[in-house]
Design a protein around this ligand. Structure first.
Ligand code: SAM
Length: 323
């Protein structure tokens, strides 16, 4: 069986890693992660508990020459400098805004066949599109064909509205198209736990306030309160967020999501070991990339990255699109 080597930058709890492992196994390929990195100690512990290796820390301290050769690079680089939550600082954020350039220097030196990058949707409009344009141009200058799309986890089987910009690059002029939406998404009832600890329930005061303000058309539903206090509810969750206020998302307006439910909403199976406390779990889930979404993208790129896979599927699709 063919081995496909990859690196997992800003790996967090391993959303890309899980997706790549699953995609390879489905195609009789052996996934081999040759390097991973995340600066956050709690993420490193979760990653080690689940994938058996402790990621390297600060990527800015890693000499690209010491990174092993690989076929594909994954990076869900930090979104804070680009997102509205980060006060629109972008490249001027001197500490984190430069982390994209760590990806660029690694790509420049290692020249893997392909890469997949992930970031918040706000990156697309940031600074009137100039930030993303700079990123894409930098990647093209490194010798890659580059495309991007905004994809929603809801379109790839998960009951979570989570829109992310996905940037794909490949060294040869292959025909790559982003995966078509796969609906329906998994019903919330399959994500919600049956027995939930009392500690996750809101106080009577909050409960009354919520129920006075809103009646849901769905059961079960997830209630979402926006910044101005308006409540809406859907048969899916709004995007999990690492730094969200405590009652931002409530199941049936009554309780917070449990750590397991949050991990499920991101596409992690119940085999994924949650070894951190509730607040760390909330942060880790809120930062993760939806496994199903990136897996769908990886499956589209794998026939190119793995030499033993049949590439004609990619060509056929191209012919169909233009028929
Ligand atoms: C958006 S999260 C990526 C989450 C990941 N895709 C997942 O599925 O969990 C960005 C990650 O970058 C990490 N990070 C930030 N600065 C870093 C640095 N200098 N070196 C390595 N990792 C860093 C953060 O700790 C965080 O886990």
């Amino acid at each position: 069986m063919e081995e496909v080597k990859f690196i997992d930058l800003f790996c967090g709890i391993g959303g890309f890693r899980q997706a790549m492992d699953d995609a390879c196994r489905e195609n009789d390929l052996i996934p081999n992660c040759v390097f991973s990195s995340d600066i956050d100690a709690a993420c490193q512990w979760s990653y080690e508990a689940n994938f058996g290796e402790l990621p390297f820390g600060d990527i800015t301290k890693v000499n690209e020459k010491n990174i092993p050769n690989h076929d594909i690079l994954f990076a869900g680089f930090p979104c804070q400098p680009f997102s509205i939550i980060g006060q629109m600082k972008g490249f001027e954020d001197t500490t984190r805004g430069t982390l994209f350039f760590d990806i660029a220097r690694i790509l420049k030196h290692k020249q893997p066949k392909a890469f997949i990058l992930e970031n918040v949707k706000q990156l697309v409009g940031h600074d009137n599109g100039k930030t993303l344009k700079t990123i894409i141009e930098t990647l093209k200058e490194l010798g890659y064909y580059v495309q991007y799309a905004v994809l929603n986890a809801l379109d790839y089987g998960l009951p979570q509205k989570r829109e992310r910009v996905i940037i794909v690059g490949h060294r040869e002029p292959i025909v790559f198209s982003f995966p078509a939406p796969i609906r329906p998404f998994k019903p919330l009832s399959e994500v919600l736990e049956k027995h939930v600890d009392e500690k996750h329930y809101v106080s009577d005061y909050i409960l009354k306030k919520r129920k006075l303000k809103h009646k849901s058309a769905y059961n079960p539903s997830i209630w979402h309160e926006n910044k101005s206090g308006n409540i809406c509810s859907y048969p899916y969750s709004c995007a999990l967020r690492s730094g969200a206020s405590y009652n931002y998302l409530l199941v049936n307006g009554e309780r917070r999501l449990t750590p397991r439910e949050m991990f499920r909403l991101q596409g992690f199976s119940d085999n994924y070991k949650i070894i951190v406390n509730d607040s760390q779990a909330r942060k880790q889930a809120g930062n993760a990339v939806p496994v199903n979404l990136v897996k769908a993208v990886i499956l589209k790129l794998l026939p190119y990255v793995a030499t033993t896979m049949d590439m004609t599927s990619v060509i056929k699709e191209y012919e169909l699109e233009f028929a």
